[in-house]
Design a binder for this molecule. Structure first.
Ligand SMILES: [Cu+2]
Length: 151
């Protein structure tokens, strides 16, 4: 992580500025989700977004991998669906609260990713099972760092 200094510094600055700004009220945020037409957990994640203040536009595609490549996602970050909100990329089953926080803090980054499909993440509920997972903040230089950890 020694190469990541400018990235981390930008993130720290945004955390500091957030601390002095008043609490923000969430307006309905527009987000576009790309997924394969048969992806059930993607649809469940879309519902999770809608229940948490997002205005979701869904694009079904047979070529989701090309969208990931164009979005600058590396293989290690990849999950099922790829979404775009503001200037950010959201990959996989990222909780809505983390997307709201990303938009509030507005760090210099490409976006957030939950690689793979951890059980217990939004859209991946299976009873009481809750696998630990980390939401990663990633940039365009192949770097990432933890943004939030669950449970
Ligand atoms: Cu999924």
């Amino acid at each position: 992580m020694t190469k990541a200094k400018p990235f981390l510094r930008a993130s720290l600055l945004s955390i500091v500025s957030l601390a002095v700004s008043p609490a923000l009220v969430h307006a309905a945020e527009a987000i576009t989700v790309h997924k394969s037409p048969t992806c059930g957990c993607c649809t469940d994640w879309v519902r999770h977004l809608e229940e948490n203040g997002f205005e979701v536009t869904v694009h079904d595609t047979q070529n989701i991998n090309q969208i990931k490549v164009d979005a600058g996602l590396t293989r290690e970050l990849a999950s099922c669906h790829t979404a775009f909100v503001g200037d950010y990329v959201i990959e996989g089953h990222v909780p809505a609260t983390d997307i709201h926080r990303l938009l509030q803090e507005a760090p210099q980054a490409r976006g957030l990713a939950v690689p793979g499909m951890p059980i217990g993440s939004p859209g991946m509920e299976m009873g009481d099972r809750q696998d630990p997972y980390t939401v990663l903040l990633f940039n365009g230089a192949g770097q990432n760092r933890p943004f939030a950890t669950y449970p």
